[in-house]
Design a protein around this ligand. Sequence first.
Ligand code: DGJ
Length: 731
Amino acid sequence: MAIQIDHANSLFTLLTKNSMYQMKADSLGTLVHTRYGKRTPVFDYSYLNKSCDRGFSGNPYSAGKNRTYSLDTMPVEFPVYGSGDYRDCALKIRYSSGASSAELTFDSYEVKEGKYALPGLPAFYSCQEDTAHTLIITLKDTTNSVFVHLYYGVLEEKDIITRAVCIENKGDSPVYLDRVLSVCADFQYGEYDFISFYGRHAMERLYSRTRVHHGVQAVGSTRGASSHHYNPFVVLADKNTTETSGECYGFSFVYSGDFLAEAEKDQTGQTRVLMGIHPENFCYKLDPGQTFTAPETAMVYSSTGFESMTHTFHKAIRNNLCRGKFKKAERPVLINNWEGTYFDFTGDKLVAMASEAKEMGVELFVMDDGWFGKRDNDFSGLGDWIVNEKKLGCTLKDLSDRIHNLGLKFGIWFEPECISEDSDLYRAHPDWAFKVPEKKPVRSRYQLVLDFSRKEVRDYIFNMMCKVLDSAKIEYLKWDFNRSIGDLYSAELPADRQGETAYKYVLGLYEVLENLNQRYPDMLIEGCSGGGGRFDAGMLYYTPQIWTSDDTDAIERLKIQYGTSFAYPVSTMGAHVSAVPNHQTGRKTEISTRATVAMAGTFGYELDPAKLTTEEKEEIKNQIKTFRKYYSLIQDGIYYRLTSPYEDEEYTAWEFVSEDKQEALISIVNTKLTANGMFSRIKLRGLNPDLWYSIDNTEYPGAALMEAGLPLPIPSFEYESWNLHVKAINQ
Ligand code: DGJ
């Protein structure tokens, strides 16, 4: 049983295949965290929790004269502000009196079969093959009015534990939630590193590893979306942990809005990890009888380095988070016209592009920004989701029919959450955009953000989208969002509820995405926010793939995709071959290298085929055939980072291995040319050491490839790349 309860000791143990998580309600009713780590015998691990009298660390009244009992120095499962724990807390309640001090004690618990779901929020779910259980521990405050329900989901075989929190007001006056984080994890011992993924537009999820030092190290977003700048996925790792050895803990926030993820090393050397909604734009008024639900965080422990943590997340995201037809169905190889034409196209031009693309084997044509309203540049048009037939020279149905007649599927771009001031929608409903009274709004890309916390706004946009989607055969939708939110103020909410706007906005976004999924179950939806500005587990519940970055430069993508791969599987990463010189960097790389890199993603093209040479077109034909041949190995296989683009200057390499270890594909990109370069070799991963494998007609023992390695080819030009197919020899 994945959840074991020792009633005599009030001990709660959660068990997955390789991990154990334990907490205990102690004699004073505090829910104390006792252990998170490798699965070991179920036993009371509270012996690890040392305590002693420390000056200025207060004692709860119920501890009497025991000066050694302090919440300031204990590992606390869900710390609340005002309890004498002066580290950053998970919860801050403001009572109607204005006071904010609270204390939480154990009230009750419940165990349920299956994994909980959260109303209106994305969450991991259990599949038929899973053994899944839910533990709900309820804590209550001293006024007997605020009840905190801590949710724990255990997917035993998938090796993943999820947490979420519901706060219920059972009192008779409102309370204000100034801070509700979803996870607190206290580690009493250890020297840790904090790994996070930072970046910027067109350069997302760069890897950062720093030693956890005294004080708080935090990443987060107050931009209304999870952001390009920091990702809501962090890792706490032992200072010696490597790709293939050592302990680490991954935390993935299943939410797409503001977030905070931090590690705090306290006075006793303990490390506290917190993750949840960023408190900056948040204050939730909880009326009597109301419940607030904080989003889920998924936690994975590995005792064998980052690689196994990654594999666990990849498997769970693919199987227990992504949904719908395209969770399993093959994704089409697409061509998107954005970098090929930007706003400058007609229906005929698009059909010409599609026709050439079809010749090369492309399967889906995507019409990007510019097909609606008055939209020949980014000054205007957002919000007017009406087909610009004058620009296209035909109706959407005609265009879609022409593309389908070529034998291609058809998809279109939307940016439903935004509005241009120069649009009919804005002229009709200026109050639908976020704006603060008596202040001019902050513009970004000349556009404003619609208040998706309002139902009438959501419904209006959804209906407009449906009209377009119903007017033609459309098999794919790209959902874009091209700015950070500012001027958070909802014209519909009273002053004391304005702090709910950002959260309600995200719930509104999820509602529209859910409705789209329900109404168009066969349509593939790709998420996007100026590239990877909202690449998070929350979005993956609604959109099984996300455009990874607006940076399509193959060499820069190595770092972007490397960082992204720590949590997110290849099947979620939108990646395209674009033209050279690259539009973001001006760099020139061979089309073969651009394809090698894009194949470590959902694979497609983003260029004008009319500008390709005959040789390039022939090469693209072969690339698509290769991708199709290895599709299942790439999309469903196990992904290994063989090198780090931060440590290995000359090559970046990765590998896909089939579950049965019969086959692998190694991709290598040369990143630096030098005269008389060093000899390099690469050690393969994940093969069966006892099998023999063939690579380019040469046979090797699996153990040799993994332990002695494979010499790397010597590059003959800059950024050369290689794909090596590894096949088990059946004796
Ligand atoms: C940003 C996206 O990331 C691009 O791919 C493209 O769709 C543009 N927006 C269109 O405005």
